[in-house]
Design a protein around this ligand. Structure first.
Ligand code: SF4
Ligand code: SF4
Length: 441
C-alpha cells in the first residue's frame, strides 16, 4: 500500500490544531517540505517535547512526505531557544543530507504557516493562499510522527497534550484520544484554584470551556487551567455587543493593531484599524466592502487584541464576525494578490514571546513541563466522530461490540473529505451517538 493510502487508513490529520486530512496534503508536488516544530503559542511544550523524544520518527515522517511529494529539500523549523529539541533532531540529521534545521526566533507567530514559510524559505504565500502556492508543504512535527507510524500500519490512537496553568504538576502527556479533560487534570495532581475555566489549546488561538468531561481529540495540543477571574478569561467571555460598543467609544485609531498584524506586515490587504473604523461608523456598504471582505485574510492570530491594542479592544472579534456573515451569505474571499511587498518594518515587528506572556498576565505559568513518555492508561474514552475538517466519520460499531486498540470504529464515506477514527483503547463499545462513541475497558 502506498503512503497516501496508509495515511488515509490511519486517520492522520494536522495535529497542530488545524485538523486537515493529511492524505490530501501529501498528494501535492512541491520542492520543499517543512516540519513545523515552532510551537509559538505560549505555555505549550507539546512540540518541543515531541522533538526531544521522537526525533527519529519525526525525521522518518518528513522523509516519507518528501518522497511522496517529490521534494528535494526538507526543513525542520525549531526555535533557537529550544536547545534540547535542537540537539535531539540534529543528532538524527547527522547522517541525512537533504534535511536541515531552520532555527527560529522566540516570537509569536513563528509557527504560523505564512511566517514559517517566509522565515525558512524567503517565499511569501499569496493572500488567501496556502504554502502549496509557493511550492511548499508544511506539516506539524507530531503529524510527521503520525505519518511515520501510519506507514508502518499503526493508526492514530494517541495525542500528546501539554497540561499547564493551575494544576499541581504541569506535564506533557501521551494519552488515548477521547481521554476526558478531568482525567488529564487528575493525572497532573488536580487543580490548585477553586473556580477555574479551561483553555483548550494555547492562549493566543485556543478556546475556553467549562466542560471538564470534554475529550482530547487529534488536534488538542494543550489544556491550560486558569482562574475564572483571570483577566484573560474575563476578556474571552466578553459578549460581542460589548466589543462593538467599546470599539465605537474607545478606538483611537492609533493603528497599532495594523502595525503589528503579521498578515499586514507581509503585504496583505487587511488593516484591522480599518475594520474598527467600519464598525465604529456603521460603514457596512461600499466603498468599505473591501475592508469587510479583507476579514477573510485574518488568521485570527490574536496579536491585535491580546498584544497590540492599548485600549483592550479586539479587531480580531470584529473580523471574525465579518467573516462569519460573509460565509453565511456565500461570499468567497476575493483577495488573492500574489505580488506581495513585505512592509519595511516587518523584520522588527515580531512579538517576543516573553513580552506576550507579560501582556497576557500569564508569566507565572511559564514553566517547562516534561513528557511522561509512557502512554497513559485510562478506563473510558469519549471519541468524537468528527475531529477533522470535512465530513463526519460514520460509525462502524454498535453498543456491546468488543474492539481492540487501533481497530477502525468510524470511517469516511467513499469520495468524501475526512479522516477515519480508531479505538484508542481496547474494550467494549458503551454507546454510539451522532457525534460521540463511548468506549470502556
Ligand atoms: S490598536 Fe486599538 S485603539 Fe488602536 S486602532 Fe487598533 S483597535 Fe483602535
Ligand atoms: S487577528 Fe489581528 S493581528 Fe492577527 S491576522 Fe487577524 S487582524 Fe491581523
Amino acid at each position: 500500500m502506498n503512503l497516501v493510502e496508509n495515511i488515509f487508513k490511519a486517520g492522520v490529520v494536522g495535529a497542530g490544531g488545524a485538523g486537515f486530512p493529511t492524505h490530501i496534503k501529501v498528494q501535492a508536488k512541491v520542492d520543499t517540505v517543512i516540519g513545523n516544530g515552532a510551537e509559538c503559542e505560549p505555555l505549550l511544550a507539546t512540540d518541543r517535547q515531541a522533538a526531544v523524544h521522537f526525533a527519529e520518527e519525526i525525521v522518518g515522517g518528513l522523509k516519507l512526505v518528501m518522497e511522496a511529494t517529490g521534494a528535494e529539500k526538507g526543513i525542520i523549523g525549531i526555535k533557537e531557544k529550544y536547545e534540547d529539541a535542537l540537539s535531539a533532531v540534529s543528532l538524527v540529521l547527522e547522517i541525512v543530507s537533504n534535511i536541515t534545521i531552520h532555527k527560529l526566533g522566540n516570537y509569536y507567530p513563528a509557527g504560523d504557516e505564512f511566517s514559517l514559510v517566509k522565515d525558512a524559505t524567503g517565499r511569501l504565500i499569496p493572500e488567501g493562499g496556502i504554502p502549496l502556492n509557493v511550492g511548499v508543504v508544511v506539516n506539524n512535527i507530531n503529524t510527521l510522527r503520525n505519518i511515520y507510524f501510519a506507514h508502518q500500519g499503526t493508526p492514530v490512537t494517541n495525542q500528546i497534550v501539554t497540561v499547564n496553568g493551575e494544576v499541581k504538576n504541569p506535564m506533557v502527556l501521551n494519552v488515548p484520544i477521547g481521554t476526558h479533560f478531568r482525567d488529564l487534570i487528575e493525572i497532573c495532581g488536580g487543580v490548585t484554584t477553586e473556580d477555574y475555566t479551561l483553555l483548550i489549546g494555547g492562549p493566543m488561538m485556543g478556546r475556553i470551556s467549562d466542560d471538564i468531561e470534554a475529550p482530547v481529540t487529534k488536534t488538542t495540543t494543550g489544556l491550560i487551567v486558569l482562574p475564572s477571574d483571570h483577566s484573560y478569561i474575563v476578556r474571552k467571555k466578553r459578549p460581542l455587543e460589548q466589543d462593538i460598543r467599546w470599539s465605537q467609544s474607545q478606538c483611537e485609531q492609533c493603528r497599532d493593531c495594523t502595525e503589528f498584524c503579521p498578515r499586514w506586515l507581509q503585504g496583505h490587504s487587511l488593516a484591522p484599524h480599518m475594520a474598527m473604523r467600519v464598525i465604529d461608523y456603521n460603514l457596512d456598504s461600499e466603498p468599505h466592502a473591501k475592508t469587510i471582505t479583507s476579514s477573510m485574510l485574518c488568521s485570527e492570530c490574536g496579536i491585535c487584541d491580546l498584544y497590540s491594542c492599548p485600549m483592550n479592544l479586539s479587531p480580531r472579534i470584529i473580523f471574525k464576525e465579518f467573516k462569519k456573515r460573509l460565509i453565511a451569505d456565500g461570499i468567497k474571499n476575493p483577495h488573492n494578490n500574489a505580488e506581495l511587498q513585505e512592509r519595511a518594518l516587518a523584520g522588527y515587528r515580531n512579538v517576543p514571546k516573553d513580552r506576550l506572556l507579560q501582556r497576557l498576565e500569564m508569566e507565572r505559568y511559564d514553566v517547562y513541563p516534561k513528557l511522561v513518555k509512557e502512554e497513559i492508561n485510562v478506563g473510558k474514552v469519549k471519541i468524537p466522530v468528527q475531529q477533522h475538517i470535512g465530513t463526519k466519520a460514520e460509525a462502524m460499531v454498535k453498543p456491546g461490540d468488543i474492539v481492540g486498540k487501533g481497530d477502525m470504529i468510524a470511517s469516511i464515506p467513499e469520495g468524501k473529505l475526512g479522516a477515519n477514527i480508531h479505538a484508542s483503547i481496547s474494550g467494549k463499545i458503551e454507546s454510539v451517538g451522532e457525534h460521540i462513541i463511548i468506549l470502556k475497558q
